[in-house]
Design a protein around this ligand. Structure first.
Ligand SMILES: CC(C)(COP(=O)(O)OP(=O)(O)OC[C@H]1O[C@@H](n2cnc3c(N)ncnc32)[C@H](O)[C@@H]1OP(=O)(O)O)[C@@H](O)C(=O)NCCC(=O)NCCS
Length: 200
């Protein structure tokens, strides 16, 4: 992951022309369930190791611009969390960072580099996270998603998460103004979802 990008960093890749897209330039497309990328990408999901630190810092920088995440009413240090990585050809392609809060698991960050999206890495990372939560004895897993992030809201609900709360206006209160998010939609509210870990 050593390419140089103009800021802001791309979060998605256009399936039509292949251009990498910053969040506010991305748009959604509805397709048949059968029309999916056919790439059969070889990847593994594993626990992060100390040697992954710089790669983790880079994926956080590209996704968020920082290594700390505000979610579900707290500030989380990604490097202090339980980190699962998706690896392709010895390089980091995706990250899912977990924490434990009030007896449940929390997804603090999930990010897959644009060139590897739509190939099953996010799903595999989430399945590993759910398995970890179950093995750790945690009954459920929670996540907070910005209202504009339609692909993430789709992704989590497809994975069995249900909305249980919406912190209306929280993201405006936190930043002091409304930031332009996915597709230029103002990022305003934190949508909170959860799912049990027993039905994976
Ligand atoms: C959302 C995300 C985590 C999904 O990971 P992924 O590896 O692409 O997901 P998968 O390949 O496992 O696909 C899971 C589902 O998401 C869909 N999906 C994946 N990429 C998508 C995209 N760019 N647009 C719409 N849907 C997408 C897949 O079609 C699939 O749908 P299905 O359940 O109907 O089969 C990933 O696209 C991502 O990191 N996006 C950027 C997130 C972001 O905004 N980060 C910055 C703030 S944290």
């Amino acid at each position: 992951m050593t390419e140089d990008f103009d800021m802001p960093y791309p979060q998605y890749r256009c399936p039509s022309c292949g251009r990498d897209l910053p969040l506010n330039e991305a748009r959604v497309t509805v397709t048949c369930a059968a029309h999916r990328p056919e790439d059969d990408l070889a990847f593994i999901v594993r626990d992060a190791k100390p040697a992954d630190r710089r790669a983790i810092e880079e994926i956080c920088d590209r996704a968020l611009g920082e290594i700390e995440v505000d979610a579900l009413g707290k500030t989380w240090d990604i490097l202090a969390g339980k980190n699962l990585v998706a690896e392709v050809n010895d390089g980091l392609a995706g990250l899912l960072s977990l924490a434990i809060d009030r007896g449940t698991a929390v997804v603090v960050l999930l990010s897959v580099y644009p060139e590897y999206q739509g190939l099953g890495l996010g799903t595999a990372l989430l399945h590993s996270a759910v398995a970890w939560a179950r093995q750790t004895g945690l009954p459920s897993i929670r996540v907070g998603v910005s209202n504009d992030d339609i692909p993430l809201l789709y992704f989590y609900q497809r994975q069995g998460f249900v909305i249980d709360d919406i912190a209306v206006g929280l993201l405006v209160d936190t930043t002091g103004s409304s930031v332009s998010g996915f597709s230029g939609i103002p990022s305003r509210d934190e949508i909170r979802l959860h799912r049990p870990v027993s039905n994976d």
